[in-house]
Design a protein around this ligand. Structure first.
Ligand code: NAD
Ligand code: WQD
Length: 342
C-alpha cells in the first residue's frame, strides 16, 4: 500500500500542483480545502492530469470538529503538507485577527491531530518573507541568516508558525517537521489544466503581467526603477511551481525514509535573482505578445533584492529548481489564455 499524504489547501495554487507530483511519485493522497480562496473545479483539473479523482474532504482546518473527521475517514495518514492559510500580505494588515486565527489555529489543529498518529510528519509552507530585507553581503540568503521583524500580520503568522512548530517538535517525540521557505512561485502546470487563480486585481507580478497581456488590465505598473540594482528595478528569485511541488515530494520522501533531523528548514528557490524588468522583457520575448507597461512609484514595503541560497535543498533533498524562466513564463501565459478562452 502506498503511503498516504494529507494535503491541506489542496485546491489552492501550490497545493494542486503538489498533489499532481505526489501522485506521479506513487503516493496516495487525501486533499482538504474549505474553498475560501479556490474553487471545486480545481479537483477536475487535477483529475484531468492524473486520470482519476483524488480522495477529498471539504473542511475548514481551523475548525477542529470538521478537521478531525478527515483523520477518522483516513486513519492511514503518514505525512501532512500544510498549505491551508490566508496569504494576501496587504489584506492581512487590515485583518490581523482573521489572519492569525486562520493561519495559527489551522496549524495547531493539524499538529494536535498528527501527534496522535504513529507517523507524524509535517511539511509546513513558510516563506522568504521571514528574512525581510537581507543585510548587505547576505545574498544569496541561506537558512542560517537571521530573520527580521515582520512587516505584516501575514509575515508574522509565518514566523510564529515556524516557532510553534519548533516547540512542538521538541515536545512530541514522534513528530518530525520540515519548514519550506518558498521564494516567488510562478507559472502553471504544462497541461494548462491547473494554475494560479487570483481573486480580484492581482497583487503579484506574474498574474498581473499575464492579465495585462490578455487585455484584462490596461498596463502593468513597474513599481520603482530607481533602486540600487543594475537596472533600477527590484530583484526576486522566481521559482516554477512544478519545481516547487517536486521539492515537497522530496521533503516527504526524506522524512519517511531517512534519519532526518526532527526540525529542518529549507530555502526553495532557484538561486538566481531576476529583476522585474528582466522578467517583463523575457515574457515579451517568449510570448511575442505586446505588454504595455510604465514605470510607477515604489510600492510601500517592497524588499529591494532577495534571492535564495538553495544549496541545502540541492544537497540534502537532492532537489533543484531547473526549469528555464522562458518555459515558466510560457506556462503562465498558456494558463491565462486557457482560462480566458484566448
Ligand atoms: P492559495 O490561497 O492558492 O491556497 C491556499 C488554499 O488553502 C486555498 O485553496 C484556500 O481555500 C485554502 N484554505 C485557506 N484556509 C483554509 C482553512 N482554514 N481550511 C481549509 N482550507 C483553507 O495559496 P498558495 O499560493 O497555494 O499558498 C499555499 C501556501 O504557501 C500558503 O500557506 C502560503 O502562505 C504559502 N506561500 C505562498 C507563496 C506564494 O507566493 N504563493 C509564497 C510563500 C509561501
Ligand atoms: C514581485 C516584484 C514588485 C506587481 C510577495 C509576498 C511574499 C511572498 C511572495 C508569500 C516586486 C513588482 C509587482 C506589479 C510590480 N508570498 N511588481 N508591479 O513582493 O516579492 O512577495 O509574494 O509568502 O510574502 O510579499 O512578490 O509578485 O508581489 O512582486 O512592479 O503590479 O514585482 O514591486 O518588486 P513579492 P510580488
Amino acid at each position: 500500500m502506498a503511503d498516504r499524504v494529507l494535503v491541506t489547501g489542496a485546491t489552492g495554487y501550490i497545493g494542486s500542483h503538489t498533489i499532481v507530483e505526489l501522485v506521479n511519485a506513487g503516493y496516495e493522497v487525501v486533499g482538504v480545502d474549505d474553498f475560501s480562496n479556490s474553487s471545486r473545479d480545481v479537483l477536475d483539473g487535477i483529475a484531468g492530469i492524473i486520470g482519476r479523482k483524488i480522495p477529498f474532504v471539504e473542511a475548514d482546518c481551523s475548525d477542529m470538529a470538521q478537521f478531525s473527521k478527515v483523520f477518522e475517514s483516513y486513519p492511514d495518514i503518514r505525512a501532512a503538507i500544510h498549505f491551508a492559510a490566508y496569504k494576501a500580505v496587504g489584506e492581512s494588515v487590515g485583518k490581523p485577527v482573521e489572519y492569525f486565527k486562520n493561519n495559527l489555529s489551522s496549524l495547531l489543529n493539524l499538529v494536535d491531530l498528527m501527534r496522535r498518529q504513529p507517523s507524524a510528519n509535517i511539511v509546513f509552507s513558510s516563506s522568504c518573507t521571514v528574512y525581510g530585507e537581507p543585510d548587505e553581503g547576505a545574498l544569496p540568503i541561506s537558512e542560517t541568516a537571521r530573520t527580521k521583524e515582520a512587516t505584516s500580520p501575514y509575515g508574522r503568522s509565518k514566523q510564529i508558525c515556524e516557532d510553534m512548530l519548533k516547540d512542538c517538535g521538541r515536545a512530541y517525540e514522534n513528530l518530525k517537521i520540515t519548514a519550506l521557505r518558498y521564494f516567488n512561485p510562478i507559472g502553471a502546470h504544462p497541461s494548462a489544466k491547473i494554475g494560479e487563480l487570483p481573486r480580484g486585481v492581482p497583487q503579484n507580478l506574474v498574474p498581473f503581467v499575464t492579465q495585462t497581456a490578455a487585455g484584462l488590465r490596461k498596463e502593468l505598473s513597474i513599481f520603482g526603477n530607481d533602486y540600487d540594482t543594475p537596472d533600477g528595478t527590484c530583484i526576486r528569485d522566481y521559482i516554477y511551481v512544478c519545481d516547487l511541488a517536486k521539492a515537497h515530494v522530496a521533503a516527504v520522501n526524506r522524512m519517511l525514509t531517512q534519519d532526518s533531523e526532527r526540525y529542518e528548514i529549507f530555502n526553495l528557490g532557484t538561486g538566481n535573482g531576476v529583476s522585474v524588468l528582466e522578467l517583463v522583457n523575457t515574457f515579451i520575448k517568449v510570448t511575442g505578445v505586446a505588454l504595455p507597461y510604465r514605470f510607477a512609484p515604489r510600492r510601500a514595503g517592497d524588499i529591494v533584492k532577495v534571492w535564495a541560497d538553495a544549496t541545502k535543498a540541492n544537497t540534502v533533498l537532492g532537489w533543484k529548481a531547473d526549469t528555464p524562466l522562458d518555459e515558466v513564463l510560457l506556462s503562465a501565459w498558456n494558463w491565462e489564455k486557457k482560462i480566458r478562452n484566448l
